[in-house]
Design a protein. Structure first.
Length: 324
């Protein structure tokens, strides 16, 4: 049951599944915050390793609400938490990561000056095997949702929710946010620590589920290209296509691999995207694209005769631009 309290400024949404080694650090990173107007909404998605019991041990706190679901998936769990949230602003936290104790203070200072719809902040990656922390990429072009703060009413007004029952649910959500034209700002503060571990969805072996969900998400995105038409949006969609096509090509065990590859390429061709002019590497490195093309050609898989000329022209263009 949701506890009665004054509406907080921030709702922190934490979805967890089998992260018993990390979940307490994630929870404590919120509890130790130097800012006090927040609620923590925890959705345990059917954990079997004691994660739920650890979460439950903090439910006595008035600001913490814990819900147990049965493998509904990350997108569905986040959508459920969004419905339960009462804060003016939304933050997302993964169960194996941590938030900085001062990030809500920094966000609050900006929100007091202007009611921003989207606030992005810096983040770091911590390697779980070595403990080494490395600095972030550009927070403005990070597709993940956990280095951003969203005005809840703005999300509701634009009808922005997560895709459900698929991996890569962040992709569509973030592009929907960008397309909505939010009043935004980037804060030069390290507000989040992302834990890189082999067992996470991002770093697990690329299998049939990943491949099918990649195709589903890309088809969904390609159908929205008349809407997603900014340079950033188109660039990211092309990058998503190239990276995941390469993962498909390199995957050892995929059910229906040829079908998935052909569907990915056919969907790309029919989308009207431009490999050269929409891609994020048009002015920098073509190595990833060249490697992908090389794999396609070496394996003798040509995506149908209708597309051979398109790929031949593209490979020729790459070869003329790469400096060996």
């Amino acid at each position: 049951m949701t506890k009665m309290q004054d509406d907080p400024l921030f709702s922190i949404i934490l979805v967890a599944y089998d992260v018993s080694k990390y979940i307490e650090k994630a929870i404590l990173s919120v509890l130790n915050s130097s800012f006090d107007s927040w609620e923590l909404i925890i959705i345990d998605d059917g954990s079997k390793d004691g994660t739920y019991e650890i979460c439950q041990s903090y439910e006595y706190l008035s600001k913490v609400n814990v819900y147990q679901m049965s493998r509904i998936g990350l997108g569905s769990a986040r959508n459920l938490a969004l419905k339960k949230a009462t804060g003016r602003y939304i933050l997302f936290l993964d169960g194996d990561d941590r938030v900085d104790e001062n990030i809500m203070n920094h966000l609050h200072l900006k929100i007091k000056l202007n009611e921003y719809d989207l606030l992005s902040f810096q983040w770091q990656t911590e390697n779980n095997d070595t403990g080494v922390i490395v600095n972030t990429l550009n927070p403005e072009t990070t597709i993940a949702v956990w280095n951003k703060c969203y005005r809840r009413q703005w999300l509701n007004d634009h009808g922005i929710v997560f895709l459900e029952d698929v991996y890569y649910e962040d992709v569509y959500f973030t592009l929907e946010v960008v397309h909505g034209g939010p009043k935004s700002i980037t804060i030069p503060h390290l507000g989040y620590v992302y834990t890189k571990r082999k067992q996470s969805i991002t770093h697990m072996p690329f299998q049939t589920k990943n491949a099918r969900d990649t195709l589903t998400v890309f088809q969904h995105l390609s159908c929205q290209l008349t809407k997603f038409n900014s340079d950033f949006e188109r660039s990211y969609i092309v990058d998503f296509w190239w990276r995941h096509l390469l993962l498909m090509l390199n995957a050892d065990k995929l059910d229906g691999k040829d079908f998935l590859l052909k569907a990915m390429i056919d969907t790309y061709v029919s989308s009207g995207l431009d490999l050269l002019n929409d891609g994020p590497y048009k002015n920098t490195s073509f190595i990833m694209k060249f490697k992908c093309m090389d794999l396609l050609l070496r394996r003798g898989w040509y995506a149908g005769a209708a597309n051979i000329n398109l790929f031949a022209d593209f490979v020729h263009t790459l070869i003329t631009k790469i400096k060996f």
